[in-house]
Design a protein around this ligand. Sequence first.
Ligand SMILES: Cc1cc2nc3c(=O)[nH]c(=O)nc-3n(C[C@H](O)[C@H](O)[C@H](O)COP(=O)(O)OP(=O)(O)OC[C@H]3O[C@@H](n4cnc5c(N)ncnc54)[C@H](O)[C@@H]3O)c2cc1C
Ligand SMILES: O=C(O)CCC(=O)C(=O)O
Length: 313
Amino acid sequence: LPYCSVTVIAEKFSPDTTGDGAAGILLAKEFPDIPIERQRRWFKETFDHLLAIADSPQAADAGVYLSSGYHVFKEIPCEKKPYWSDFVFGFRYMTDHEMKRFPNHKFGQAFTTLKCECLSYLPWLEKRFRAVGGQIIYEKVTDLHKLAQNYDAILNCSGLGSRFLVKDEEVYPVRGQMLKISAPWLKNFVRDGDGLTYIYPGIRYVNIGGTRQADDWRMEVDKEDSKGILERCCQLEPSLRASQVMGEWVGLRPTRANPRVEREYLHVQGRQVPLVHNYGHGSCGVTLSWGTALDTLDLLRQSLSEKPPQARL
Ligand SMILES: Cc1cc2nc3c(=O)[nH]c(=O)nc-3n(C[C@H](O)[C@H](O)[C@H](O)COP(=O)(O)OP(=O)(O)OC[C@H]3O[C@@H](n4cnc5c(N)ncnc54)[C@H](O)[C@@H]3O)c2cc1C
Ligand SMILES: O=C(O)CCC(=O)C(=O)O
């Protein structure tokens, strides 16, 4: 939509969003009710878009780069090859020789994916957005109908906030705590099974985690959780016993059985204002960011061509 002016309204911006603490690794779980072709597209479009950034001179400012590592399993998973295995680089099963490093595990996958560190990426996006005339407003939105009085279309990307803003009780928090560790010798990521325990080396620190506590709204650090994370991660990567903890962080994943990427209209003062939703990505919000955004834009185009904007009062 090249000929429109865009305003981003949010209560919180970087560094205070969920993405700012996320490891930002690109890997995804499969959602049950979204056609797999659509999920493949979401992954591939995000991967290809971020890969072009990683391959450009912008990579350092944007905080996007390739990251290699292992996904190890204590039991052989039913699905040995995830749907996105063709999009990352060099996906293969680990050799017996490699598996010797993980004596408690039976099976492993090795691959190179991307890591998009939102602490760099979000300010980089915001700078680009402002440079082309985008407007930014710090504000909590409580009523979309009221907002629609002043705009021709609305995109709702409010994550967990959608539980209140559009009264969607299907979106709920899955609390994630992680530690920021200084261990510069670690270069490869290691993820265990369903992702309760992981080690993701990054630019500023190594993210180690984690927890996945459904319906838990606590934003405070839980010292017992931190202890458990450190113990589990040291078991997976014994060299971590020599590392320093630099910080702790908690985020609430905006979780939904399936992300909501769909459109409707708001009826406001005789006008039908397109409203397109894009939220509920759970633990895959960075991974599917560009792909779901492109779908959102397509849905908006459809709505605007069906019902072109009418004059506002
Ligand atoms: C510990 C942890 C690790 C993670 N690691 C990864 C990872 O490695 N890879 C990956 O892909 N994903 C990861 N994630 C998931 C990822 O962080 C989320 O999926 C993603 O940040 C969701 O983005 P979002 O923009 O939808 O929501 P958010 O980042 O939560 O942003 C929502 C925005 O909406 C605003 N908002 C909400 N309600 C209102 C309102 N009423 N009015 C105004 N503004 C409002 C908020 O202020 C905020 O700006 C991780 C998450 C956690 C917690
Ligand atoms: O599941 C993963 O390993 C990536 C996402 C993540 O780190 C998390 O949600 O805690």
